[in-house]
Design a protein around this ligand. Structure first.
Ligand code: NDP
Length: 444
């Protein structure tokens, strides 16, 4: 059996029930197969694949807190410190009832290669909890965040592990966690990113993932002789990534016509009213059902369906596995030309393969949504030098990083004879740097 297949089999046996982690590992290992097979004996002797798929450290802990009725609640906290070969662990904290070991490991594993692709010195990690901030009062969210950080603070630091936001963890949660870290350690340091602008946050961090997604999509289209201006776009989600993806899409002359949340989706042929979505989601923290109050002519549908609309470009920006084979078939039948993943692993493996087989330009998450973590790393740099850069400076750096990622993934694919396969290209480019650093650092 080939080394790649052997390791894949071992991952499934060693990590039973972790479907999302298996899926992420399979995607990466399949992509880097040509790199491994070119020097199989060497990589096998180094046990490089066993090492890279085994987290350096996994933390799982109790998070007790008291709700507004005086009732004690208990959640589970996680931090997976996956790989520190090229820098301190870096990756977000997800607060969502679906969080479990498999989800955090898949996200942490993906993060290794994504962070490598940015060209910045950051390793891979991820964390979170099954706590749901939805429907909780600010006091309850603070009680949870303080308890979560009371345990987590022992394992993180500006030079060791720097968490950030993710689903359910926005500026409010980062603020509460940062306050508690400072109180427990007495340190005022860049231990979290996504901080508010008054206490060490970076301009553009809020917009970074969505803006970065569009910079990369724009560049991918240009590389293929196309122009984003005038294109219609379907977006899923209506959170941080989706909102700023739509904002940059408008700035580049494209028109987003859909967005969604976990209860339903909106189709607005005139173009999504971004001010309305921001008010519903960022201010009121309400459901998209309210969108019709702002735009009576738009359609609101319960449940799934955002991928049934005929568009030129699809940007899944909600969550993992939200776009399956059936959705891919519908999009292709409707003539979609490009798909770029704003969320982490939003397309199933079958959907990804279908797009690629049918000539759709496909930018995988670890390249397309790397703008968030890249700007987090820029926040770390500003914290280290105790300076704040202007919006234009950070935005220009973000754009440069995304354009570079786009060319790096295209070049790596070409080098191994898979021109246009950006999934392989992104995984190979991300892997090569981490593997070289791991081997240089000896058996550790
Ligand atoms: P938010 O919590 O701000 O928004 C998530 C959006 O997706 C919401 O509209 C939410 O709807 C919807 N959603 C979440 N879960 C589901 C589900 N199971 N089914 C349908 N819709 C769902 O998160 P972000 O925008 O920050 O993150 C979105 C994705 O992007 C995630 O995969 C995240 O890991 C990834 N990402 C985020 C980065 C960042 O900088 N924020 C960086 C890189 C990747 P509802 O409001 O109803 O819950």
């Amino acid at each position: 059996m080939s080394y790649v297949d052997e390791v894949m089999q071992r991952i499934v046996e060693k990590n039973p029930g972790e479907a999302e982690f298996h899926q992420a590992a399979k995607e990466v290992l399949e992509s880097i197969r040509p790199v491994i097979e070119a020097k199989e004996d060497f990589y096998r002797k180094e046990a490089l694949l066993e090492r890279i798929t085994e987290p350096e450290r996994q933390l799982k802990f109790r998070v007790p807190w008291v709700d507004d009725k005086g009732q004690v609640q208990v959640n589970t906290g996680y931090r997976v410190q996956f790989n520190s070969a090229i820098g301190p662990y870096k990756g977000g904290l997800r607060l969502h009832p679906s969080v479990n070991t498999s989800i955090i490991k898949f996200l942490g594993f993906e993060q290794i290669f994504k962070n490598s692709l940015t060209g910045l010195p950051i390793g891979g990690g991820k964390g979170g909890s099954d706590f749901d901030p939805k429907g909780k009062s600010d006091r309850e969210v603070m009680a949870f965040c303080q308890s979560f950080m009371t345990e987590l603070h022992k394992y993180i630091g500006a030079n060791t592990d720097v968490p950030a936001g993710d689903i359910g963890t926005g500026a409010r949660e980062i603020g509460y966690m940062y306050g508690q870290y400072k109180r427990l350690t007495g340190l005022y340091e860049g231990v979290l990113t996504g901080k508010g602008l008054t206490y060490g946050g970076s301009l553009v961090r809020t917009e970074a993932t969505g803006y970065g997604l569009l910079y990369l999509t724009d560049e991918m289209l240009k590389m293929n002789g196309q122009d984003i201006a005038g294109k219609t776009i379907s977006v899923s989600g209506s959170g941080n990534v989706a909102i700023y993806a739509m904002e940059k899409a408008y700035q580049l002359g494209a028109k987003p016509v859909t967005c969604s949340d976990s209860t339903g989706w909106v189709y607005d042929p005139e173009g999504i009213d971004l001010a309305a979505v921001k008010e519903i989601k960022e201010v009121k923290r309400a459901r998209l059902t309210e969108y019709k109050n702002y735009r009576p002519n738009a359609e609101y549908h319960e449940g799934k369906g955002v991928w049934t609309v005929k568009v030129d470009i699809a940007l899944p920006c909600a969550t993992q596995n939200e776009l399956d084979l059936e959705d891919a078939k519908t999009l292709v039948a409707n003539g979609v030309m490009a798909v770029a993943e704003g969320a982490n692993m939003p397309s199933t493996l079958e959907a990804t393969e279908y797009f690629q087989k049918h000539g759709v330009l496909f930018a995988p998450a670890k390249a397309a949504n790397a703008g968030g973590v890249a700007t987090s790393a820029l926040e770390m740099s500003q914290n280290s030098e105790r300076l704040s850069w202007t919006f234009e400076e950070v935005d220009a750096k973000l754009k440069d990083i995304m354009v570079n990622i786009c060319h790096n993934m295209a070049d790596a694919a070409k080098r191994y004879g898979f021109e246009g396969d950006y999934v392989k290209g992104a995984n190979i480019a991300g892997f090569e740097k981490v593997a070289e650093a791991m081997i240089a650092q000896g058996v550790c």
